[in-house]
Write a protein that binds this ligand. Structure first.
Ligand code: 5GP
Ligand code: MN
Length: 353
């Protein structure tokens, strides 16, 4: 995702769960190692995939290919459109539209999806697949597979992917590294967020040592957008509202983008993913929200917190999920209806400090 200021620890949904234990890792390694030579493996990442979802999935896919897995597909629910900033990633040839995905793979592996709902129309593969492996780092993960490698302390799902590839004896090469680097920089906000531990920098160092070019990657992923998107951002930011009294006085800033806004500027929905970063910098608000219209009365909501409010608790209460400092959900009604529901949850939310 763009802008995940933190990872571990949920105030309202209980203490951060610990990561995978040795038996989880062993079960995951065994699930891959016991695949027959002609096995069909399906990789799935969450709807509206971001850098961590796509990078983790394709990086792992390239690793499986190195291991000799021949019948390998990667996919995600919804329209089979890869956001422009990721259209250069190695491993894109593994992608198939969800309609073409193996109906009953021998193994399904899910990436960066906190719950089944994030798998959309592909959710049935959890039942039809011979085995189901879940790789994730959301504390709110609902453990919907058979083997779970869920580490809420991991800065990105790619950290979990890296560990599994290491345990599978897959050497890191530049192509895999490009994918995992995109994932890591996406979810750490380019090493700015709290989850940026020494281990994250050590992981980044190993990725860079393969010879990948961080300047080129960052420019393509974070610093390039069409002029129409620049104009669209101007309009949407111009209508942002600040509510200093919301969230028990910690402040809320929010804005919305409609499907008509996108159409007027001839832009695709994924350009809106970067908007939250221009809203959450508001000094006067702890909580920032961007509502992105996805249907006549349906909004994909991105929420960020600077630390006073656990937005994952708000998102979970409204049917979504995420991390303490970055979370989201899908809301129904008008934009004002959705903001009203957020305000109500924020007022009830536990204030950490
Ligand atoms: P973003 O705002 O960047 O789309 O997402 C922020 C975080 O919240 C990510 O960790 C993302 O996976 C999670 N998230 C966003 N929308 C939803 C949703 O509708 N359901 C769930 N379970 N998680 C979401
Ligand atoms: Mn992630």
């Amino acid at each position: 995702m763009s802008g995940t200021p933190g990872a571990a620890g949920d105030l309202l949904t209980g203490p951060a769960r610990t990561g995978p234990d040795e038996s989880d890792w062993a079960a995951a390694v065994a699930a891959v190692r016991r695949l027959p030579a002609d096995a069909r493996v399906l990789l799935i990442c969450h709807v509206n995939p971001d850098g961590d979802a796509l990078g983790s999935m394709l990086g792992f896919g390239l690793g499986l290919r190195r291991l000799g897995v021949r019948h390998l597909q990667a996919t995600f629910p919804g329209p089979p459109e890869v956001p422009e900033p990721f259209r250069w990633l190695p491993g894109l040839d593994l992608l198939v539209p969800s309609t073409k995905a193996y109906p009953d793979p021998d193994l399904v592996v899910c990436f960066d999806a906190a719950s089944e709902s994030r798998l959309g129309e592909l959710v049935d593969r959890l039942d039809t697949a011979g085995d189901a492996l879940v790789l994730d780092h959301h504390a709110s993960n609902t453990r919907f597979g058979r083997v779970h490698l869920v580490d809420p302390a991991a800065a990105a799902t790619s950290v979990v992917v890296d560990e599994l590839l290491t345990r599978l004896d897959v050497p890191l090469d530049a192509e895999i590294a490009q994918c995992l680097y995109v994932a890591l920089t996406t979810d750490t906000g380019s090493f700015r967020f709290e989850a940026t531990t020494p281990a994250v920098h050590q992981f980044a160092a190993r990725l860079l040592a393969t010879g990948i070019r961080p300047g080129d990657i960052s420019r393509q992923v974070f610093d390039t957008r069409p002029f129409g998107a620049v104009r669209l951002f101007g309009e949407v930011l111009g209508r942002a509202r600040l509510e200093p009294a919301a969230a028990a006085g910690n402040g809320l800033v929010w804005t919305y983008a409609t499907q008509d806004d996108l159409a007027r500027h001839d832009q695709r929905p994924y350009v809106l993913e970067a908007l939250i970063d221009s809203v959450r910098c508001t000094a006067e608000a702890d909580v920032a929200c961007v509502l992105k219209q996805v249907g006549p009365a349906e909004w994909a909501v991105s929420m960020r917190s600077k630390g006073a409010v656990d937005v994952s608790a708000v998102a979970v209460a409204l049917g979504g999920g995420g991390h303490r400092f970055a979370a989201g959900f899908t809301g129904a009604g008008s934009a004002e209806d959705v903001v009203r529901s957020i305000r109500a949850e924020l007022d009830g939310a536990l204030i950490a400090r």
